[in-house]
Write a protein that binds this ligand. Structure first.
Ligand SMILES: Nc1ncnc2c1ncn2[C@@H]1O[C@H](COP(=O)(O)OP(=O)(O)OP(=O)(O)O)[C@@H](O)[C@H]1O
Ligand SMILES: [Mg+2]
Length: 170
């Protein structure tokens, strides 16, 4: 099976509220570095944007109130010491559309790049990335599964596992 589910080092945890998902994102964001790539997958309303709100805060320690799915704009940029680039791949139909928005350049210049619906553009992701999958259990409970592809992300997963060891299901 050649998809993101077949690869990587895995840890998972249970979120019981949007606040917990945001706090998870913030902690994760604090560990990211220039050039990081994080994919997020999960159905509509699973919590991808909620998590990204936390990531954006965690990367630079600054809150942005306007973190929303850039479904129509496709890309939002949040400035800071390490700029965060938020891509929504929901409506991206081809690699040429990705080229048109300059996706490769965003990957190259020291941003943190977060991609909602990353499973739709798997072949455009770099070799190393962190994938976060959301399973919706009920109105408030989400299983969050993190998969690391590449050494820097394995280190991130290890730190997440330690931090969340009380909540971790693995
Ligand atoms: N544990 C939870 N974690 C995250 N969101 C939760 C949780 N429980 C309930 N929610 C609710 O689920 C919704 C998640 O919305 P969000 O915009 O983050 O989803 P999304 O995956 O980005 O969806 P879309 O694909 O439409 O962009 C929010 O309304 C939030 O309040
Ligand atoms: Mg969203």
């Amino acid at each position: 099976m050649d998809d993101y589910k077949s690869r990587g080092t895995v840890m998972s945890l249970l979120s019981r509220s949007p606040e917990e998902t945001c706090a998870f994102g913030e902690y994760l964001g604090s560990m990211l570095f220039p050039g990081s790539v994080v994919g997020l997958v999960g159905e509509l309303g699973a919590g991808k944007t909620c998590c990204i709100k936390g990531i954006v805060r965690g990367v630079n320690g600054t809150s942005y109130h306007d973190v929303t799915s850039p479904t129509f704009a496709i890309i939002h940029e949040y400035s800071g010491k390490i700029p965060v680039v938020h891509v929504d791949a929901y409506r991206i139909g081809s690699n040429s559309e990705l080229e048109a928005i300059g996706f490769d350049e965003y990957l190259e210049v020291g941003n943190v790049v977060v991609v909602e619906w990353a499973d739709r553009i798997l072949n455009a992701l770099p070799e190393q990335y962190l994938m976060i999958a959301f399973d919706v259990f009920n109105e408030y409970e989400r299983r969050i599964v993190c998969r690391a592809n590449g050494e820097p992300y394995r280190a991130v997963i290890e730190q997440l596992s330690e931090h969340y060891c009380g909540m971790c299901e693995c």
